[in-house]
Structures are given as C-alpha cells and as structure tokens.
Write a protein that binds this ligand. Structure first.
Ligand SMILES: Nc1ncnc2c1ncn2[C@@H]1O[C@H](COP(=O)(O)OP(=O)(O)OP(=O)(O)O)[C@@H](O)[C@H]1O
Length: 263
C-alpha cells in the first residue's frame, strides 16, 4: 500500500504544542447562543484574559474549558489532546486547575488545612484527608512553601472565616497552584477587593510561574490588560476582538462595547 501523505490524527494531536486550543466552540442554552464559535490557541505558559460586558459568555466559555459544560459544537484540546467529551475531573488530571467566583474554601478550617485538603484532593494516592496522617505529612512541606509564595505563611494557623477578602484570594490561589497545574483558570479574582488588595493580587498574578498557562476572566480591565499577553473580547457570545492588550485598547469595536456606543 502506498504511504499516505496525511499524518494519523493522533500524530497531529501530539504535534500541536499548545496548552489550550478551541476550535469553533459554541454553547447554546435553548434558543440562546451563550458562546458562539470561539477559536483560539494558547501556548504553554500563555496569559489570556477574557473580557466583555455582563452576559457576554465569559463564564460559560470558562466552564467549557474546565469541562463543567460540554460544547453544543466545536472542539476543546488540552495539551494537544481532544478533551471535548471528557469530564472536569479528567481535565484536572491533565493539568487544569481553577478558582471559582464563589469561594470553595472551608471557612471553619485553618489556612494550612485548606491547602492540605486541596493538595490531597489532587493526589492520586490519597483517599481521605483525616484518616491518612502520613499522606497529610507528605504534603505539609509543599503546602507551607505555597503559603510562603502567596504571602500567607504568617496566617497558616488562622481559621479561614477570619481572613480578609484579599487573603481569601491569596489562599484560593495557593489551593489552585498546589497541584502544580499546567493551565490555571482564574474566575474574577479581583471581584470585591479593595484597591490595596488589588495591588497585592497584581503582584501575585505576576509571580505565577512561567510554566503555567493562565486564562483569566476579569471585569477590572486595567488588571486584565496589564496581566494578559492575549485578550479575547466577547460580546453576546461572539468573539468581537482577539489580540494583544495594545490592540484591544485601540480597537474601536471594543471601545464601543465598553462605552455603551454601538454604531
Ligand atoms: N446554565 C445556564 N442556563 C441558561 N442560560 C445560561 C446558563 N449559563 C449562562 N446562561 C446565559 O448565557 C449568557 C452568557 O452568560 P455568562 O454567565 O457566560 O456571561 P458572563 O460574560 O460571564 O457574564 P457576567 O460578566 O455577568 O458574569 C447569559 O445570557 C446567561 O443568562
């Protein structure tokens, strides 16, 4: 048989060096098209911000990437692998970690206990946080290091209920990074933070290792455009603009959406 010039699909997938690739991703809710034909490629260590007015489809896109929702049509690839039909857990095993708009921290536990729980939840060998003390010990060093990195070392023994808003975000970041993710999804990390806390968040975001790709949804345009290397602006689910922060700032269609002017 003559050799085919077209490579096998698996080889094509492996040759794709991207962290995340979306091909025409669309999600409908009944008659509403919440996300409409989004295509993009994020390289490993890339920094993507997804912006757009209320109801633009940002959170839906985020959930489609995380595996919480399946697309109505289109494909999602993670690290060169088609994960369109895989579960959220399966994607987490491939290296996705995320934070949530609503905190998922355990308020009555301490800061360090929350990071240990997050570490064990992501560990393939652990089953129970409380019953396996040796496993808990195995994560202790890493958890302490992580708290140091996010500036919470001095608060390790404090109950989460006593933390400020900003400290909650620091801890959520620690819990998301403890697994050593390759792709981190951040859902409005600046929401509800004071100006001072936003400055702290800006520093922390800047310290996320270069090996970790980040997709950020953020209403704070200043923070989003400062952090991102690439920006996707959605409007009514449709990709309105995709480019560098400079290109997005200068884009008349983006300006019109944000200033409420649609000619
Ligand atoms: N589970 C769902 N069922 C039905 N409609 C939904 C669902 N989730 C989102 N939508 C709709 O999809 C559209 C996009 O919503 P989405 O939450 O993704 O926008 P967003 O850009 O994140 O908005 P915001 O900035 O206000 O959080 C909205 O019209 C919303 O009402």
């Amino acid at each position: 048989m003559a050799p085919s010039s077209a490579p096998a699909p698996a080889l094509v997938a492996r040759a794709d060096g991207s962290a995340l690739r979306l091909d025409g991703v669309t999600r409908r809710f009944g008659g509403l098209v919440a996300v409409d034909g989004v295509s993009l490629v994020l390289p490993p260590g890339g920094r993507l911000a997804v912006i757009g007015p209320n109801g633009a489809g940002k959170t839906t896109l985020f959930r489609l990437i995380a595996g919480e929702f399946r697309p109505t049509s289109g494909r999602v690839h993670l690290f060169g692998e088609d994960v369109t039909r895989t579960s959220e857990r399966a994607r987490a095993r491939r290296g996705i970690s995320r934070t949530f708009q609503v905190s998922t921290l355990f308020e009555q536990l301490t800061v360090i206990e929350n990071v240990l729980l997050a570490a064990q939840a992501g560990s393939a060998t652990s089953r129970s946080f409380w019953s396996r003390t040796p496993l808990r010990g195995a994560h202790a060093g890493r958890a302490a290091d992580m708290l140091e990195r996010v500036g919470l070392a001095a608060r390790a023994g404090v109950r989460v209920a006593e933390l400020s808003h900003g400290e909650h975000r620091q801890l959520e970041l620690a819990a998301a990074l403890i697994h050593g993710p390759r792709l981190l999804l951040l859902d409005e990390p600046a929401a509800g933070l004071s100006a001072g806390e936003r400055d702290m968040l800006r520093i922390l975001l800047g310290e996320i290792p270069d090996s970790v790709g980040v997709v950020l949804i953020e209403h704070d345009m200043t923070l989003a455009l400062e952090f991102a290397r690439e920006v996707l602006c959605l409007d009514n689910g449709v990709p309105l603009a995709y480019g560098t922060p400079e290109e997005i700032r200068a884009n008349p269609a983006v300006q019109a959406v944000y200033l409420g002017r649609r000619d």
